[in-house]
Design a protein around this ligand. Sequence first.
Ligand code: ZN
Length: 224
Amino acid sequence: MSLLTAALAASGRQPAPPGSFEGAPPQYTRFSAAEIMRGFLALSFGSDLRIGATPRGIRRFDHPIRAAVITGGSVDRAAAMQRVLDEYAQKVPNLHLSIAESAANADVEVRLIDEKDFTAALKAAFGAKITRTFVRRTNPQCMTSVKSSADGAILRAVSFIIVDKGGDVFLDCAYHELLHAFGLSNHDQRNPWTTLNQRRMVGYLTVYDRGLLTLLYDRKSSPA
Ligand SMILES: [Zn+2]
């Protein structure tokens, strides 16, 4: 139960999250142990599209994470993406997240692209067959690929973020895809608090998701 206590301490007594309305109700900023556990179990196990072996337990990086932003697309969102990464680094210290000097040294690669190039970028990265299957199954707007070993250690993650469909789409994608990249692989359309509910459009790091990541990267929890 010490894990839950840590997560609740991290998520309690927070001001209303940035981007939410003023005086956001308690369900946006405070959660019971059962509410946190529900999201943790639903979002850190399994994923919508799995290729290869199924890890036995949770997936996460087992070392400090270095992220690199690969700029591209017709709208310059490099600085905005950098701010999103900075927020994750600051608000979830357990990630030990820093910026890599180059993509070659990065554990998480964030590629900024235009929507029209999305399918081509997926094909270049994963091949036509996997892209076709993925697009058919999930009809994605943005996407993240996570490679992990059988014991659940994430080896590398690549996120594709659309930059030319407006600021709201960009921010929703940026926060959502990084959650996948860090190991919250799944979605839950019935969870009202997480950015990984695809019916929601969020655009900030929610207190709830911050609590889940803090729990996932607590050194006392075991990957398998
Ligand atoms: Zn997703």
